[in-house]
Ligand binder design. Structure first.
Ligand SMILES: Cc1cc2nc3c(=O)[nH]c(=O)nc-3n(C[C@H](O)[C@H](O)[C@H](O)COP(=O)(O)O)c2cc1C
Length: 307
């Protein structure tokens, strides 16, 4: 039995449009997580609100994610998301960006066990919503998870996703599989692995090595190979010509969308270009560079035709 594959939230990449197009054309995903919704100037950014609007996510299995540093933010954002009709919310305890972490959000929350405890108590009260947590090992200390897991083990949760790095590593250095093993042994909730999965073989290895694993969350690996989850779920490799056709189909759909929503040709170009950002290995260095350095929409579209 293959494991459920979850699409990781990637701010700037996996917005509502990308998620819908991926779901319709590539598939193989159990759940798509939205990039974190956060408070700004006493409210929620309009961009974040757009991203979770139910009418833009219809038919797509989406779970909104929130990032908070306090009970005040937790109550406010939980209220906003619940108002939109969602009954599942993911809490970000992993974001490594100093702008968030230094204020006690994301992985910066892990060292504040008093706040985690308050949030855990609130989760127990809010029986109408099923919460999950996406976390790292810590902000700068790879042992911070221990105290947090003690609290979370005693809290009703849908699942925990662990990305076994510390925040200060950002996305560099190795993931610590040794720490993941320890977490796996102690975690009482369904556990999802996240970090550096870029092939179907890696998914199969995780499935074999961790018989109690509840799923795998993949971010950059799926941006690079959008077909990877469907390949894993079906057990059949997608031939290269079909992979290329899928990329064109997804790109055409994104292009049609941005042509009606962006304000200028430069904006259409800037947004479309991101589609290829993580595909250097898939495209080959030469074509990748040609696409990324095209400079304007016309040259860019010419380069994309070579895919
Ligand atoms: C550009 C970028 C944006 C991200 N945005 C979010 C986010 O909004 N929420 C979150 O929980 N993680 C975010 N992440 C982390 C990813 O969800 C994921 O945990 C990380 O990329 C490791 O998984 P991967 O190696 O499969 O990509 C982001 C990562 C990147 C590179």
């Amino acid at each position: 039995m293959s494991l459920p594959i979850h699409f990781a939230p990637l701010q700037g990449y996996t917005d509502d449009t990308y998620r819908r197009i991926h779901h319709e054309l590539a598939g193989g995903i159990e759940t798509y997580y939205t990039p974190f919704v956060r408070m700004e100037a006493g409210g929620v950014r309009s961009k974040d609100m757009r991203d979770i609007r139910p009418e833009f996510n219809e038919g797509v299995p989406v779970v909104p994610q929130i990032i908070v540093k306090s009970m005040k933010e937790f109550d406010y954002l939980t209220g906003i998301v619940a108002e939109k009709g969602y009954r599942r919310i993911d809490i970000n305890m992993g974001c490594p960006f100093p702008m968030q972490a230094k204020h006690g959000r994301g992985s910066g929350l892990l060292a504040h066990t008093d706040t985690v405890q308050e949030i855990a108590s609130a989760i127990k009260e809010r029986t109408d919503i099923s919460f999950s947590v996406k976390m790292r090992l810590g902000w700068e200390n790879a042992d911070e998870w221990r105290a947090v897991l003690d609290i979370l083990n005693d809290t009703p949760l849908h699942q925990i996703t662990l990305h076994p790095r510390v925040g200060t590593q950002q996305y560099k250095g190795e993931v610590s599989m040794q720490a993941f093993d320890e977490f796996y042994a102690l975690c009482k909730h369904p556990l999802i692995y996240n970090g550096d999965v870029t092939s179907v073989e890696q998914m199969q290895e995780l499935e074999k090595k961790y018989p109690n694993l509840a799923g795998i969350m993949v971010g950059r690996g799926l941006l690079a190979r959008p077909w990877m989850a469907a390949e894993y779920a079906s057990g059949t490799a997608m031939p290269e010509h079909k992979q290329r056709a899928l990329l064109h189909e997804m790109h055409d759909r994104l292009k049609a969308h941005f042509e009606t929503t962006a304000n200028s040709e430069a904006q259409v170009h800037a947004r479309l270009r991101l589609f290829w950002e993580y595909m250097e290995e898939v495209l080959g260095r030469k074509l990748y560079k040609k696409i990324m350095k095209a400079g304007n929409l016309k040259n860019y579209l010419g380069a994309v035709r070579e895919v």
